[in-house]
Ligand binder design. Structure first.
Ligand code: SF4
Length: 370
C-alpha cells in the first residue's frame, strides 16, 4: 500500500542505496545501478524505456523516500510495466495539438493565444505526460523553424499571449531563450508571455543568473511551474522560486491530479500551501489526460470534485486552483469542479456551503419605497 494514500498501487522500488546520483539517470541500467528498480525487472522496463523516454535528475532522486515502496515522487518518474497497457480511450495526441497546428511548433487553438513549442526536451520525463509520444524523442525546432513560428505570430494581430511550452523551454540555453523572448516581446500586439516548466522543481540549479536574466522580460511574463507533491518544493526549489520572483517574474502553479501520488486532501492541502509560501499561485489542478499507457494514474472526475470540495473552506481561496479538464481531441479546457449553486423555488438560487448546508439567495427585486 502507498504510504499516506490508502490506495492499492503497485510497488516500484526495491531496497536501494540512498545516494544522490552525480548526474541525470537516463536508462534502466542506471536505475538498477542506483537501486531504484530491481535487476529482475530490467528487461520488462527496457521495453517501456524504448517507447517512452526516461530521465531522473539528481534532485528528483534526492526527493524520494527510500523506505516507501510506493513513493509518490518515484512513481512520477520511474518507469512501470503498466505503461505498456494502452486502453481503447487513450490517444497519442490527447488534447488535439496536431489539429490546431498551422506551422511546425505552433498550436493556435484559441483566437487570442498560441502555444510555441521550441524544444521537445525535458529535465525529467514524467510517466503520465500528455505529450509523451513526442517529448524526449521528437525533434526540437531549428532556427529557421523558430523564425517561421515567430512570423506566424507577427502576422496574426489577434494574438495577445504567447505560451512557450514543449518539452520544457527552460532547457534551452539561456542565450537562445533570451533571443526567443526578446523576439516575442518585440511583437507589438503580444502583451503577455507565458512559459511552462518543470525545471524549478526538477533541476533548480539550472535557474542561473543568466537564465533569470533571459526571463526578465519588458512585457508581463508568467512562469507556470509544474509541481505535484509538497516534497517537490524543497529548499533548492524554493530558493530558485525566490530568485525568479525577485526578478519580477510572476509564478503560478499547475498540478496534475494523480492516483496514488496526490489524490488525498491532506497531500493537496500541503502542496497548495507549500506553493503559496514559495510565491507560486496555484492556478490549475488538471484532470489527467488520456495519454497512452497512463490509466493507472487517472482518478475519476467525481474523486477530483470530492477533493476540491474537501479543500474549499479549509484552504485560503488564494491557494485553491481551478480543477480543469482538457476536452479530448482539442475542444479546449473547461472547469470540472464541484457545483455550489442550484435552483430553488420561485426563481431563487440555493448555495451549498463548505459544510454541505444549503442556503437561499433571492433574485433581484424592484425597490419599493415604504
Ligand atoms: S516536464 Fe512536462 S512535458 Fe516534460 S515529461 Fe513532464 S509533463 Fe511532459
Amino acid at each position: 500500500m502507498a504510504k499516506g494514500t490508502g490506495k492499492d498501487v503497485p510497488a516500484i522500488m526495491s531496497e536501494r542505496p540512498r545516494q544522490r546520483p552525480a548526474q541525470t539517470l537516463r536508462s534502466v541500467d542506471a536505475l538498477v545501478a542506483a537501486g531504484l528498480v530491481p535487476a529482475s525487472r530490467r528487461s520488462a522496463l527496457d521495453a517501456v524505456a524504448k517507447r517512452y523516454t526516461v530521465a531522473l535528475t539528481p534532485d528528483v532522486v534526492a526527493q524520494m523516500d527510500p523506505s516507501d515502496p510506493t513513493d509518490p515522487i518515484a512513481r512520477q518518474y520511474v518507469p512501470d510495466e503498466a505503461e505498456l497497457r494502452t486502453t481503447p480511450d487513450e490517444r497519442s495526441d490527447p488534447i488535439g495539438d496536431d489539429a490546431h497546428s498551422p506551422v511546425k511548433g505552433v498550436v493556435h487553438r484559441y483566437p487570442d493565444r498560441v502555444l510555441l513549442k521550441p524544444i521537445l526536451v525535458c529535465p525529467v520525463y514524467c510517466r503520465f505526460c500528455f505529450r509523451r509520444e513526442v517529448v524526449g524523442h521528437g525533434k526540437s525546432l531549428s532556427e529557421a523553424e523558430i523564425e517561421a513560428a515567430l512570423d506566424y505570430v507577427r502576422a496574426h494581430p489577434e494574438i495577445y499571449e504567447v505560451i512557450l511550452t514543449g518539452g520544457d523551454p527552460l532547457m534551452l540555453a539561456p542565450r537562445r531563450l533570451a533571443s526567443l523572448i526578446r523576439a516575442i516581446e518585440a511583437i507589438p500586439h503580444v502583451s503577455v508571455i507565458r512559459v511552462h516548466s518543470r525545471v524549478p522543481v526538477a533541476d533548480p540549479a539550472r535557474i542561473s543568473p543568466a537564465l533569470v536574466k533571459a526571463l526578465a522580460a519588458k512585457k508581463a511574463l508568467y512562469l507556470a511551474i509544474h509541481c505535484n507533491h509538497p516534497r517537490e518544493l524543497g529548499e533548492a526549489a524554493k530558493a530558485a522560486c525566490l530568485k525568479l520572483g525577485k526578478a519580477g517574474i510572476a509564478l503560478f502553479g499547475q498540478t496534475v491530479l494523480l492516483k496514488g501520488i496526490n489524490d488525498q486532501a491532506e497531500t493537496l492541502d500541503g502542496l497548495f500551501r507549500a506553493m503559496l509560501a514559495a510565491r507560486i499561485k496555484p492556478y490549475y489542478l488538471h484532470q489527467a489526460d488520456l495519454a497512452p499507457g497512463t490509466s493507472h494514474f487517472r482518478t475519476t472526475i467525481e474523486e477530483g470534485q470530492a477533493l476540491m470540495r474537501a479543500l474549499r473552506g479549509r484552504l485560503t481561496g488564494l491557494a485553491l486552483p481551478t480543477y480543469v479538464l482538457d476536452i479530448p481531441d482539442g475542444y479546449g479546457k473547461v472547469p470540472v469542479g464541484p457545483e455550489y449553486l442550484s435552483s430553488g423555488p420561485g426563481g431563487a438560487k440555493e448555495l451549498r456551503d463548505p459544510r454541505g448546508e444549503i442556503h437561499p439567495y433571492p433574485p433581484p427585486k424592484p425597490y419599493v419605497a415604504r
